[in-house]
Design a protein around this ligand. Sequence first.
Ligand SMILES: Cc1ncc(COP(=O)(O)O)c(C=O)c1O
Length: 459
Amino acid sequence: MTSSDAISDAQDAAKRNLWLHFTRMSAYEDSDVPVIVRGSGAYVYDQHGKRYLDGLSGLFVSQVGHGRTEIAEAGARQAAELAYFPLWSYAHPKAIELAARLADLAPGDLNRVFFTTSGSEAVESAWKLAKQYFKLTGEPGRYKVLSRDIAYHGTSMGALAVTGLADIKHPFEPLVPGGVRVPNTNFYRAPGFVAGDEVDFGEWAAEEIERTILREGPQSVAAIFLEPVQNSGGCFPPPPGYFQRVREICDEYGVLLVSDEVICAFGRLGYYFGAQRYEYQPDIITFAKGVTSGYSPLGGMLVSDKLMEPFNAGTATFLHGVTFAGHPVSCAVALANLDIFEKEDLLGNVRANEAAFRSTLEKLYDLPIVGDVRGAGYFYGIEMVKDKVTRETFTDEESERLLRGFLSQALFDAGLVCRADDRGDPVIQLAPPLICGQEHFDEIEQILRAVLSEAWTRL
Ligand SMILES: Cc1ncc(COP(=O)(O)O)c(C=O)c1O
């Protein structure tokens, strides 16, 4: 069989047998399914050998970049020694070592690690823990969770109830009861009365959390889930003072603060955890993605000593677990991944270069379609608008034509993996591997400039 026959067979099988996630499969009736076959550093390659800059780290995952043989070898060594054993009643050395290392890196007294295999499972676990904790400590009425408008927290039924995106929830309703929304921190779209000052806006957004807790009844609210920088909607950083005020409100009403760091942990914002960058102390941190840089799946939650306390006594047991959580290969891979973070000072690289990343993207402000460039660290969203002065956004039809009809494919064809999304207003999201530097920022900027200029002429 020639290599072009093999490629064509793979295309046929992909169209016939593989179900892509969050993907309109009909889009591939008349065009090829993109197939990525290998990666090296900040680049990936398709089946034809064409190179793409991985401007999204796969899916906010590949922090150390692709093709790191030392991580692959650590995984292979572990598979040969002990491929699998559960964390149900037993421990294994790499889970112990990784738990201790994560507890050491985490802020404050988040000393207990409960592993999962994914971010959704981490969020699901955190909500279940909050519920059981309150049942054990004499407040059984606390079951609700607050989270922000258009925030994404995962797809399993519980995590979906925490998620604030109506469109991806509707097909699966009724969901787990108890998910309640509060405003997000999109300053570009702030209500008029606080649009002039970011501190005022942050205070208002935090006070809305207090008002929501009071409206729902404080004795019914278990937790609030917040990302350090909200991904969905296009990278909303927290206004100054926001998290400090949220912490005070949580303390006042006995509500647990869960920092959902599935994207923001492990260097994305230049720190091991986003809570460290914004200087707040969560009760739980959920993580996944970057903990292994994707060389093997792993997620989990870091839990405070206070939350662990009732589970340390008598017959109390957290009645929750999954077979592959804390898989030995994934734990070995995570440790090798963290070794690279240290050896190559990846946090230092992000901190040293984030201003350059921002200013390179800000060059795009001279394009009429670029309304807002926002984010932190190596995590940015570019909001596209029809009118920069009025900030008018696109109609649904224009958004469909712009994002799905043109931008996503055009950016990929131009050699950039990123994400054109309209879960809030239309945005392009960027999260390159943490090894990137100015030459990668320039490449991103040049591709975006060409494709966004073309998009404007098609409107
Ligand atoms: C903040 C946040 N929480 C949870 C999840 C769900 O993670 P997973 O896709 O690993 O289930 C995601 C995924 O992107 C996320 O960004």
